[in-house]
Design a protein around this ligand. Structure first.
Ligand code: NAP
Length: 283
């Protein structure tokens, strides 16, 4: 680091585990850019306004934002991109001369690995397990890029999911249907199945699969947002059933690539960054 090194960071709670410093610092090192990416653990949402005012005062170049602050930061930003405004959630902040603009790169990052399947997804029924921030980004991505017939949202608490959708600023005419996780037969008809719950995460002792493996077949694309382990129980079951699979690592890299471009104006060297990340996760 030198006196002119610009600072980037991740705002979240208990985010020491994050791979974002590795991703962005590797990219900056490979491109010879003078940035340093670190983590900012913020204990309580009441501290968010001070943190963002401090970032302006100190000239911090930008942030990623993660659980549980993707929504809490919104009222304290000076502007929002169209994507961030569409779900009222921000995962990237850019500081341009003291003006903080919020973006949401989870949407494009989620969509990227599905784009090769675009034509076969259009007009089909799709499903998402979970109804948190990641599910909202997936819904928005499906609507923006894939024109589905219907999006089925499988949740354990329909009232909570319905409230989340209402508060998110989502297009009310979007074809989203909320279903209880105990109504799974319809999954057989889904072209894409997304796990947007933490089920399957290393160290998580819940049931390892969000759905019955008997519902999986070769006509499906199974997308697990969980990226540690790389081969989640869901992806292993999907492979055994002959379905196409997408690992959460693709979204992790995809959203990072878009954030990196917003901060630096440079294309991230994705292949090399992904190799470093895979090495780290496998260790
Ligand atoms: P979140 O806001 O906490 O939402 C989690 C959702 O999963 C909630 O709807 C929750 O239901 C549900 N859920 C949790 N445990 C469950 C269980 N045992 N059975 C059924 N449903 C359960 O989290 P998020 O930000 O949406 O993230 C969800 C997952 O995606 C996390 O594992 C996160 O690491 C991953 N993610 C990955 C990327 C990537 O780049 N690959 C990006 C974002 C997120 P309740 O509301 O009822 O609790």
């Amino acid at each position: 680091m030198t006196k002119s090194t610009k600072i980037l960071g991740l705002i979240g709670r208990a985010v020491d585990y994050s791979y974002s410093p590795l991703i962005h610092n590797t990219a900056c090192r490979l491109l010879g850019l003078s940035y340093h990416y670190t983590v900012f653990n913020i204990a309580d949402p009441s501290m968010i306004p001070d943190a963002l005012r401090g970032a302006k005062a100190l000239g911090i170049a930008g942030f990623n934002v993660t659980i549980p602050y993707k929504k809490s930061v919104v009222p304290f930003l000076d502007a929002l991109s169209a994507e961030a405004a569409s779900i009222q959630a921000v995962n990237t902040i850019v500081n341009e001369g003291g003006k903080l603009t919020g973006h949401n790169t989870d949407i494009a990052g989620f969509a990227a690995p599905l784009l090769p399947y675009r034509e076969s997804i259009r007009g089909k029924t799709l499903s998402i397990f979970g109804a948190g921030g990641a599910a909202l980004a997936a819904i928005e991505a499906f609507i923006r890029f894939f024109a589905p017939k219907e999006i089925l949202l499988f949740v354990r608490n329909p009232e909570k999911a319905s409230l989340l959708l209402e508060e998110s600023g989502h297009d009310k005419s979007a074809p989203v249907r909320i279903l209880c996780s105990d109504n799974p037969e319809i999954i057989r008809e889904c072209r894409v199945i997304v796990n947007a719950t933490p089920i399957g995460t290393r160290g998580n002792n819940d049931s390892p699969l969000p759905l019955d493996r008997e519902l999986l077949h070769p006509g499906q694309i199974v997308y697990d947002m969980v990226y540690n382990p790389l081969d989640t129980p869901l992806l292993l079951a999907a492979k055994q059933a002959g379905a196409a699979t997408i690992s959460g690592i693709e979204m992790l890299i995809g959203q990072a690539e878009h954030s990196f471009m917003l901060w630096t104006g440079m294309q991230m060297p994705v292949k090399a960054v992904k190799e470093s990340l895979l090495q780290e996760i496998q260790q």
